[in-house]
Ligand binder design. Structure first.
Ligand SMILES: Cc1cc2nc3c(=O)[nH]c(=O)nc-3n(C[C@H](O)[C@H](O)[C@H](O)COP(=O)(O)OP(=O)(O)OC[C@H]3O[C@@H](n4cnc5c(N)ncnc54)[C@H](O)[C@@H]3O)c2cc1C
Length: 384
């Protein structure tokens, strides 16, 4: 795609986002409601199916385009977390799904008839330590029987399908702890009240996150993605895409904060002059700007590697960390620049500040990125 074509997509996304004013997001945030209309608009415009190949009704674009779309959403002051998962969960289905699974789900997802927005990995006793998950799927004839619990399964109430990671072989019966886990496509609408229970968790942001319980939930054997026992590897593959897309969102957030801080610093007058005239106000904004632009280069680099099929674990992790730090730095600077008004709901700064804080913790916490770089890139001893 040419730079001009990518810019045209960015402009079109920004135009769509502008039809959802900040009051829309404020109201939803206040009431912790899901942005159904916004997600529908993005779906109808084809943005959420940009990664689906054309033969299945999508636009067959690459990760850089998906990243640009999510970045513009965040830059506009909106929150793409309501629907970003479809873009990164999709990779597992695209790469490891059978032709029958792709034919069954992808065209419906592309048409907006099905939402693939829920990703069930984290459990109460296994967050960062994914291989310790306890949810099991036991094969009985042409079905798997699933028992266990997930937590922080975001958007579960607003999705038709969930990509679920469960143990198909107990950890102590495998030679490597990363083996014996499998990935399933769960039709949540069918499973609801037939072994699947969803309970919302109220959090400091409007994220539609939940805990889900499986009590002898039946999943047809044909919903197993790829080979049994190789699910952890499939999920890891998808995680690079997830990190790059979240990093792109953080860059969008950071740019929103910087624009907002700059605008306010130019406009707000204290002691008879614009506060932005004080270097104590200017410099933190300049620092945040530099951190953002540097992180943005890493995000673009990681996305380009991913798109060309090259290894990008190092770059995807660094991009996510640098971008999440830049967005929070920009967010905190923006809040500080606004003084007391930063706390007022109507300025949207406090909402975006809360929202962007998440990315130091999810989808992977900062310490775990640091330990990955220390151990796998720098060759330092494993610490856990
Ligand atoms: C709003 C929200 C939405 C989410 N959405 C989803 C979702 O849709 N699907 C999903 O599967 N998950 C989701 N998550 C879960 C998220 O990915 C986890 O919270 C995250 O991976 C961290 O796991 P944990 O919370 O269990 O933290 P823990 O693993 O308990 O870690 C707690 C703290 O200890 C630190 N720590 C742990 N071990 C080490 C170590 N060895 N060295 C140094 N520090 C360490 C961590 O960095 C962290 O700061 C979401 C979380 C939130 C808050």
């Amino acid at each position: 795609m040419s730079p001009q074509e990518l810019q045209d997509i960015r402009d079109a996304v920004a135009k769509l986002c502008a039809t959802f004013p900040m009051e829309y997001w404020r109201e939803l945030d206040r009431e912790r409601r899901y942005p159904t209309d916004f997600v529908r608009a993005l779906t109808e415009a084809g943005y959420l199916s940009c990664l689906i190949p054309e033969e299945y009704g999508g636009s067959g674009l690459g990760l850089s385009t998906a990243a640009a779309i999510l970045q513009e959403v965040q830059r506009s002051g909106a929150n793409g977390a309501a629907c970003h998962a479809q873009m990164y969960i999709m990779g597992t289905l695209l790469r490891h799904g059978s032709p029958a699974q792709k034919a069954m789900y992808l065209p419906k997802i592309a048409r907006g008839e099905l939402r693939l927005q829920a990703f069930g990995v984290t459990e109460p006793t296994a967050g960062t330590d994914t291989t310790s998950i306890r949810t099991t799927a036991v094969k009985k004839g042409d079905k798997y029987i699933v028992n266990g619990q997930k937590v922080w399964t975001s958007r579960a109430e607003h999705s038709d399908l969930m990509l679920l990671l469960a143990r198909t072989t107990p950890k102590d019966e495998t030679t490597k702890k990363s083996e014996g886990m499998s990935v399933f496509i769960v039709d949540m609408k069918k499973a609801l009240d037939r072994g699947l229970t969803i309970r919302p968790i109220r959090t400091m942001i409007n994220h539609a996150t939940t805990e889900v319980f499986f009590d002898n939930m039946e999943v047809p054997a044909e919903n197993l993605v790829g080979e049994e026992g190789r699910g952890f590897r499939y999920i890891l593959d998808g995680m690079n895409a997830e990190r790059i897309l979240i990093a792109a969102e953080c860059i969008g957030d950071a740019r929103w904060f910087i624009e907002k801080a700059t605008g306010y610093a130019n406009e707000r007058r204290v002691f008879g002059r614009a506060i932005g005239q004080n270097q104590g106000v200017q410099f933190p904004i300049a620092r945040a700007y530099m951190a953002t632009e540097a992180a943005s280069l890493m995000v673009e680099h990681a996305a380009a590697l991913y798109e060309s099929g090259q290894p990008c674990g190092k770059e995807a992790n660094m991009a996510k960390q640098l971008a999440a730090e830049a967005s929070f730095q920009a967010g905190d600077t923006c809040l500080q620049t606004h003084g007391g008004f930063g706390f007022a709901e109507e300025y949207d700064v406090e909402r975006k500040w809360r929202e962007t804080r998440l990315y130091q913790i999810a989808p992977i916490s900062t310490n775990l990125v640091l330990s990955y770089i220390a151990e796998h890139v720098l060759g330092l001893p494993r610490s856990y």
